[in-house]
Design a protein around this ligand. Sequence first.
Ligand code: ADP
Ligand code: MG
Ligand code: MG
Length: 921
Amino acid sequence: MGRSIYFFGAGQADGDAQQKDLLGGKGAGLAEMTRLGIPVPPGFTVTTEVCNAYYAAGKVLPAGVEDEIKAAIGRLESLRGARFGSADAPLLVSVRSGARASMPGMMDTILNLGLNDEIAQGLARRTGSERFALDAYRRFILAYADIVLGVPRDRFEDALGRARRQAAAKLGVDATRLNSAELERKVPDSLLDPESLAALIQRQKDIVLGATGRPFPDDPAAQLWGAIRAVFDSWKNHRAEVYRKIHDIPEAWGTACTIQVMVFGNLGDDSGTGVAFTRDPSTGERRFYGEWLPNAQGEDVVAGVRTPHPLSLTGTGAGGADDGSSLEARMPAVYAELFAVQGKLEQHFREVQDLEFTIQQNELFLLQCRAAKRTGRAAVRIAVEMAKEGLISQREAILRVDPGSIDQLLHPSIDPSAPKELLARGLPASPGAATGQVVFSADEAERRAGQGRAVILVRSETSPEDIHGMKAARGILTARGGMTSHAAVVARGMGKSCVAGCSAISVSQGRMAVTTYDDHGRTTGAITVKDGDLITLDGGTGTVYLGAVPTVPAALSDEFGELMAWADAVRRLRVRSNADTPHDARTARNFGAEGIGLCRTEHMFFDEERIQAMREMILADSELGRRRALAKLLPFQRSDFLGVFREMAGLPVTIRLLDPPLHEFLPQDEAQLAQLSRATGVSAEDLRHKSEELAEYNPMLGHRGCRLAITSPEIYEMQARAILEAACEVAAAGIEVEPEIMIPLSMTRRELSLTRALVEEVAEKVFAEKGRRVDFRFGTMIELPRAALRAGELAEESEFFSFGTNDLTQTTLGISRDDAGRFLGAYVEAGVFAKDPFQSLDVAGVGELVEIGRDRGRAVRPGLKLGVCGEHGGDPSSIAFFERAGLDYVSCSPFRVPIARLAAAQAALAAEAARGPRATD
Ligand code: ADP
Ligand code: MG
Ligand code: MG
């Protein structure tokens, strides 16, 4: 282990921004800001290595670390001319947790540490405010009791209520009939007088004694050791564990612990605290943006109890329109300094920064900087604008945007012309439209979402304990809190719709009471929304509607188009789309698809008229009967292909011939059976019999795919005819067409030579009839292990392979996707799979079969075209593998096409970086 402690203060720091692994993001940022000459209260960081050693030794600090910490405290004392544990010149510190990746609010931080009765009096003398000193002290006891001693905060609520009532009596306020929320509004913390605070402190200590059997620790040194241990312990608390799981953060990273001299934002009206972003994290607009609270401590902004004021109404640093509440208006000099600091930090890090600051009696201190979490929309705009400003390169811009995050941009928003019933307005905390049932607890949100229901989580405010419910919900609505409250920050990180600070609602006892207003802001009445009622959120405008409101497709920004163009210029993998209809094909093209990688013909048979003919075909006893029924289907099928070919003019279209077991097309209930019986003249009894005959024990491995063509070749004959007639027709109209006929579920050469002969015979007939030829390709899916292993012989008959990774995953793992839900979660939990293999390709297993298929196929046919269709074609980490594997294209659902284009570009850049530095850049 290297050194345990990294000091920062007075313009010098042992660590720097590169050392996030060791110092955590917070410690590294504080060190770097100190080096840059930005005002930061001095402190030191105990490394993540110490945390890991602490756990390895069974929760014991390694030898020597305590002495190093004492020495570092000594350095802080001489820097500040104060003493930790002294009443004459008290030094207070915060003990802060911070991991490599930011986990907002997930772990614990303790402020105002180093107080006891005597030192609190000393602090009162030093600051001239007994009220301030006692308030700091009672907050410290509360936090320390909760975090270190395990006495939860709510145990102290009655004591706080009594203090408020005591203060109310002195103020002449009648508090007898107020509930706790009303009481807090009437007598906020700032109105608690020294006498009530002193009584409160005594009561808090009594509660601690009662709950733990020991007095509250009076010795500042004991407090410090307790707090450091608690910070390390918080790395493995439940909410941190849940957060790590959601965000793929390894437990082995550990957290660092920073001990830092306290500065006070609650020393009066010339003090305050706030949070700022160097650009708007919601839209990406380049303006300095943030919120602050006068006379408050940092935790007050995050808690969202008081509603904060904007830093500036223009965010330009040039002043302008203002209502007098902004920091810019109230403390222009401090604002100007903060504005300069944020500019410097963004230039230095070449990245949008999220800042915490505190002002103590007109003096500015920075307490945190980190790369800001942002919406997908903001990420795109920021990356493109920074590249244009010359701050980063186009390649960096491509790498800056998480492909998963642009999902939100591609999704629908509220239809502006739809009728809707306005319920309330709040802050536009995280964009996107979401409709769902109202639920009032995180557990309930998780439970109901687990039953497949869309829910909106409604809370007064959220806390880290709600994280699982927020993940399960479609959207989040809170009554309190600003744009930087917990709910807002977490929702943006998850890409979820969120309306925060919606003050017209109040939530209690499983109901949400909504006060309604007219256009002039006058109260018009009240509405009660119950558990299970439907509401719709528009997180982009902060609007809440009653009921379900229709949505419209996304409108993509210019910056989005630019980023995509840059991505397209560097990627090697082509991106196609899965599309079964002309409508899907058009959507896919609009999103930039370069062809159709999978057109599933069976979806075309489920229409009312068509299913009838399909059923006749299935029920026919003879080849002749089947052909008669198929003849009815031919024109439908041909016109479908016509539409798709026209939409995709000039781009390849891969059409998979019939794949599912025939049983799927038969009637599912008695009414349908009776109808079919009337239509075909076959008795219901015989139909039932036939249906039973076709039923399979394991349809996934049954009579499906090309196995249908081996027993009834006329089905594929009809489909080949429909494809080629449509192709000839489109070609005759002067439109380019590139059909690819694909055989599903093959595993032997013979299956392919039989179906190929069949397709070629049909082709010759059609070309003769039409008097023209069109080029088409014949190929197969690779979705069985045997197909991958015998790819050499399959390549003799195929001009292309498309890896059907859904079925290939099922057949390789021997896990049916439809049944996997029961145990796959446990498998991921237990670490058997890192991720759900149906979402993210099992590279080690299924991936190896893909590589075997590639090698053996290309050995026989060097130009063999290779693609992927299935969920994995739109999954960024799977795409990274397909790039490394040298496939030609991926195909995914239309809405994922832009995600795949960006992921393919990032994969290409990563592959390039792995090959070594480029000659020019
Ligand atoms: P989190 O990771 O939850 O943001 P922090 O360690 O950043 O926790 O601290 C919580 C709040 O306390 C923040 O608002 C922070 O700015 C404030 N804070 C932390 N240390 C100090 C300090 N030494 N002086 C004043 N405020 C502080
Ligand atoms: Mg913080
Ligand atoms: Mg398949």
